[in-house]
Design a protein around this ligand. Sequence first.
Ligand code: FES
Length: 382
Amino acid sequence: MSSGNEQQLPTKAELAEMDRDQLVALGGQLDGVELAEYPDPWPVKGTRAEKRAERAIALWFTLAGFSGLAFLIVMIWWPWQYQPPGESTAHFWYSLYTPMLGVTLGVSILAFAFGIVLYTKKFIPHEVAVQQRDDNMGAGSAQVHRETFAAHLADAGNRSTFARRSAIKRSAGFGVGMLGLGAAVLPLVGFIKNPHANDASEDSLYHTGWKPEHPGEKVFIRRNTGDPHEVVLVRPEDLEAGAMETVFPFKESERHDEEALIEAFIRVDNPVMLIRLRPEDAAKVVKREGQESFNYGDFYAYSKICTHVGCPASLYEQRTQRVLCPCHQSQFDLLQYAKPIFGPATRALPQLPITVDPETGHLIAKHDFIEPIGPAFWERKS
Ligand code: FES
């Protein structure tokens, strides 16, 4: 503001007396703004075109609200637990859970954005203003500028006619409300679906498919031949020294259960690396405290799920006896109970205790892992 303008500033008392139109005019004058055009978007009130525009905007906001509501319903009530493919439609509905979350939230945000853009185009006056550039060199705004600015904002709000368009106001409130509610409920969903409700369940984060169905049941080590119906078990002589194979659990109780046979391959916490160390490497192994009996001779079995963020860590380097995770290059030393020696992972790969079934000669798991596999979670203790 030039010093010339400063001299013409109204006093505090004069400012307090001014109505909003006068403040708007004063603000423009002080800022050197000249309004070349300031047309009312709807000079004739209540036309059909105006009502049509209002309805279209309300429709977008309503759509945003209903999509937000659908997002909430999907998040809480849609069947989200894994269902194996089969004859029933359960797998189909389960597989739609994530897409439905994306579609409902996406449509809600998009519809709300369309409503706002349309409102701006149809009801906000499109003025043409010319302003002289001014720079107060970093000094704060004087009270008169603050008040005239606030008056400008209020005037813009008034001219947008938002306050008297109840259909748009209500639908926008509905849209914002549903979107806001979705954002608020999101962090609470973890409390509604408690993953630790039953820690003894096979589906709990503390158990894997290596857990026997009933006490005393043997869990065999199974090959993946590419055919989920074919059950091929592993004997120690099937693996050469220095070899690694990815294996899966098999229980006799599941032999004729097609879904269970398939699920054993696709359940994410099931894959295990079965490694037969060369005798010279096996002689150097440092075992983890409390897990000294988890190996069977030169055979060691470790979870394939990286303890960083859960990628399959399956690049086995026989020369250095390391397992590499391709995602972020963590390396695990097989000569030291698969503890991480490079990269972002901080915990050793969990070891599966194995032995040979004296009746059949096949390799079996002695029991489930004794710690959760994969990445950390809040309640994890190891
Ligand atoms: S997931 Fe393995 S290093 Fe990140």
